[in-house]
Design a protein around this ligand. Structure first.
Ligand code: NAD
Length: 431
């Protein structure tokens, strides 16, 4: 990775490689390479102690050729314009690869939400909506949760939007609580979407889950749910980690037990370790080893699931990865340089824009329910999610095979062709 690499330049590297193959017109290339609109604001906040502060906030509207902009809002100190632009671009491709009628956008507030009280958090969230309200709307731009934003935050935002616009707008935002226009199945959707792909992949190759070892980085919404799904389906989850490190057992780890200890001690290694001090005797008895987040990626396993941060599989460690399949539940975990190394090694990478598209897919169901006034059953959500994820996966697999591309390049190609077709149909670019 070059030192100047940012999330957006990493996106552009892959984009450029795929556009070489697609040969778009200059006008198409321009639309696909830069956001249509970048909105910026400074959100004022009066702290609980009476002092005043402000936070930089962004909404990037990347492309709406296929439908309203769609994408989450991230609260994080690293959520700067470069990161939000990259995530907005990935959203445009993600909605296209699973063929749901949205474009792509993303938002962010550059701050550490853990340093805010509940009142302050609500105030900043409402200020975000007031700052960008005229650019949001169920037919214009539909935000959702992302890192550090919850269903409660979405509820405050919907409420603020309805107050400002004097409307009833359940579909202005997704990821809301069930009591205020949310959809069943949204909380587990990202992991379930990835799980459906893994199931299809192993069925096709007549593999038995019992023989497959999985390592998962991240034990939050995406990684934690995935650990339970895989364990229940008979896979052997050999490693799990969170921000404080992880544990590895070649014989398998029970995610229920890990969750219990994480709840009690705040860390997945909590049953064995407090900070850097571990009970070695107990670990030996249970056949468990403490691993760092870096070590987890290189463990002997069949399937590796990055489900925490971006930029973790790089040119530096890609060669040491032992898994034969990587399923990217996190956004942007693999750099373009690492992709090249993995492809040479024959590692199959199911890319983020496909693997974690379950979340935005159920967001789409929530948007549909808000517009129609219906409430879908959990069974209907699951059935439709499975159909959409498998359609997307099969299209990408076919493209990869026919055009001799990696799955990431194939997913980009499928998505870009759909966006170009919509831009042509709308007369934005020459037919
Ligand atoms: P989360 O906040 O629920 O969980 C994140 C997990 O990562 C936590 O277990 C945390 O301890 C761990 N983590 C944090 N820093 C880490 C580090 N340095 N090393 C290892 N682990 C670390 O977040 P989430 O919703 O599960 O999202 C995880 C990833 O999945 C993000 O990249 C997100 O963009 C992506 N994603 C999530 C969804 C969704 O619906 N939740 C949808 C699409 C993509």
């Amino acid at each position: 990775m070059s030192p100047a690499s940012t999330p957006f330049t990493r996106f552009q590297t892959t984009l450029t490689a795929v556009l070489e193959r697609l040969k778009p017109s200059p006008a198409e290339r321009k639309f696909l390479s830069e956001p249509q609109q970048i909105l910026e604001a400074k959100l004022p906040l009066t702290r609980d102690d009476g002092s005043k502060t402000e936070f930089p906030a962004y909404r990037v509207q990347f492309n709406n050729a296929r439908g309203p902009y769609k994408g989450g809002i991230r609260y994080h100190p690293a959520a700067d314009l470069e990161e939000v632009k990259a995530l907005a671009a990935l959203m445009a491709l993600k909605t296209a690869v699973v063929n749901i009628p949205f474009g792509g956008g993303k938002g962010g507030i550059q701050m550490d939400p853990r340093k805010l009280s509940a009142r302050e958090l609500q105030e900043v969230s409402r200020a975000y909506v007031r700052a960008f309200q005229q650019h949001l709307g169920s037919d214009i731009d539909v935000p959702a949760p992302d890192v550090n934003t919850t269903a409660d935050v979405m509820a405050w935002m919907r409420d603020e939007y309805e107050k400002q616009t004097h409307t009833f707008s359940p579909s202005v935002i997704t990821g809301k609580p069930l009591s205020y226009g949310g959809s069943l199945g949204r909380d587990t959707a990202t992991a379930r979407g990835g799980f459906f792909i893994l199931q299809e992949l192993i069925d096709r190759e007549a593999l038995d889950p019992q023989d497959l070892k999985v390592a998962i980085q991240g034990f939050g919404n995406a990684g934690g749910t995935m650990a339970h799904l895989l364990h229940n389906a008979g896979f052997t989850v050999v490693a799990i980690s969170d921000s404080q490190g992880g544990i590895y057992s070649a014989d398998g780890i029970d995610p229920v037990r890990v969750e219990k200890y994480k709840r009690k001690t705040g860390a997945v290694a909590g049953e064995y370790c407090e900070g850097s001090v571990c009970d070695v005797q107990k670990m030996n008895m249970d056949g468990v080893k403490h691993v760092s987040n870096g070590e987890l990626l290189e463990l002997p396993c069949d399937i590796l699931i990055p489900a925490a941060l971006d930029n973790v599989i790089t040119a530096e460690n890609a060669d040491r990865i032992q898994a034969r399949t990587i399923l990217e539940l996190a956004n942007g975990p693999t750099t373009p340089e690492a992709d090249v190394i993995l492809e040479k090694k024959g590692v199959r990478v199911i890319p983020d824009i496909l693997a974690n598209a379950g979340g935005v897919t159920v967001s789409y169901f929530e948007w549909v329910q808000g517009r129609s006034g219906e409430q879908w059953t959990a069974e209907r959500v699951d059935l439709e999610l499975r159909r959409i994820m498998l359609d997307g996966y099969k299209m990408v697999r076919r493209t990869a095979y026919r055009e001799k591309m990696s799955y990431r390049h194939a997913a980009f190609a499928v998505a870009l062709r759909r966006i170009i077709a919509a831009m042509k149909a709308r007369g934005w670019v020459n037919v």
